[in-house]
Design a protein around this ligand. Structure first.
Ligand code: HEM
Length: 276
């Protein structure tokens, strides 16, 4: 994740546009902040809770266990990965708009969590989707352009997740920021995965919609203006109007993915996925 997308827990190690003061370590902050951060972290368990029963059934060799897993994996885990990725990308814009810093640690957690879910998705897809994509391992992970884009996205997340820590940052020095610009390549490859799956409709349009405010709030000029007027307490009305517009677009794009996760996740959890 780029500097603004995957900073280590200690923000003093480098945040673009960060104020010069040190932030107290998370463990020294008020318990309520820690509780909120931990509840956001706990969301990373949702994909595993939803898929848990099917994974256990498949591993223990129950009838239909394997088929159920193959039917749910792309829907439940694919949607979860996207939702987590978007939450990771939202950390910096939230910081720009509000000045909050207590949540910045979630950027690394969501980046690593996203990779873990994506690696699980790829592994299960490589094992269980032979009925849908016959022809062997390579056909299951790259036999169609949309599969290739999904696999590529997962592989791109690997170096980002592995280096999202202070030791890697120190070791890589100035190359760390360069490496973490891969987040933008990953963002594009995920959008291509969805474009190839859905065309210019449905979840691709929602993904483009939710991406829009996250991209706009990364424009250097806008970001500088927002941060300086926030600190100077000026342009109050303009910032509020912009915030309401951007958050509305974000929610309009995000809600269909949350709905999709509930729609596909509950049948997966109860082991009654649709096999269409
Ligand atoms: C960063 C990694 C990935 C992201 C963010 C992602 C995201 C998504 C999303 C949001 C969907 C739509 C789910 C739905 O319709 O409910 C989807 C569908 C799908 N993905 Fe991925 N995916 C990723 C990796 C992969 C991988 C590694 C594979 C397989 C090799 C894969 C194969 C599929 C397939 C086959 C579908 C269509 C499922 C269906 O409509 O039945 N994806 N993905």
């Amino acid at each position: 994740m780029p500097p603004e997308d995957a900073g280590p827990a200690d923000e003093s190690l480098g945040q673009l546009g960060a104020p010069p003061h040190r932030i107290p370590a998370l463990e020294n902050r008020h318990w309520s902040y820690r509780a909120i951060v931990w509840s956001f972290r706990a969301l990373l368990l949702v994909p595993f809770i939803l898929m848990g029963p099917e994974i256990i059934s498949a591993v223990s060799g129950r009838p239909r266990g394997f088929a159920n897993l193959g039917s749910s994996v792309a829907d439940v885990l694919g949607t979860s990965i996207f939702v987590i990725f978007i939450m990771m990308l939202a950390v910096t814009p939230v910081q720009t708009m509000t000045g909050w810093r207590w949540h910045v640690v979630l950027r690394r957690d969501y980046g690593v969590g996203m990779f873990v879910v994506a690696a699980t998705d790829l592994t299960i897809a490589a094992i269980t989707t032979g009925d849908t994509f016959p022809g062997g391992f390579f056909s299951r992970v790259g036999g169609h352009a949309f599969l290739f884009a999904g696999t590529l996205s997962t592989l791109l997340a690997l170096p980002l997740a592995v280096t999202a820590n202070r030791r890697a940052r120190r070791w890589l020095g100035r190359y760390w920021k360069w490496l973490h610009r891969l987040t933008y390549v990953l963002w594009v490859s995920i959008l291509i995965h969805l474009l190839l799956l859905f065309g210019l409709r449905a979840l691709f349009l929602d993904a483009a919609l939710v991406s829009l405010p996250l991209a706009v709030l990364r424009l250097p000029a806008l970001r500088r203006w927002w941060e300086s007027s926030r600190r100077a307490k000026t342009h109050f009305v303009a910032r509020w109007i912009a915030a309401v517009a951007l958050v509305s677009v974000f929610v309009a794009g995000y809600a269909p993915f949350a709905r999709e996760l509930a729609k596909k996740g509950v049948p997966a959890f109860t082991q009654r996925p649709s096999h269409d």
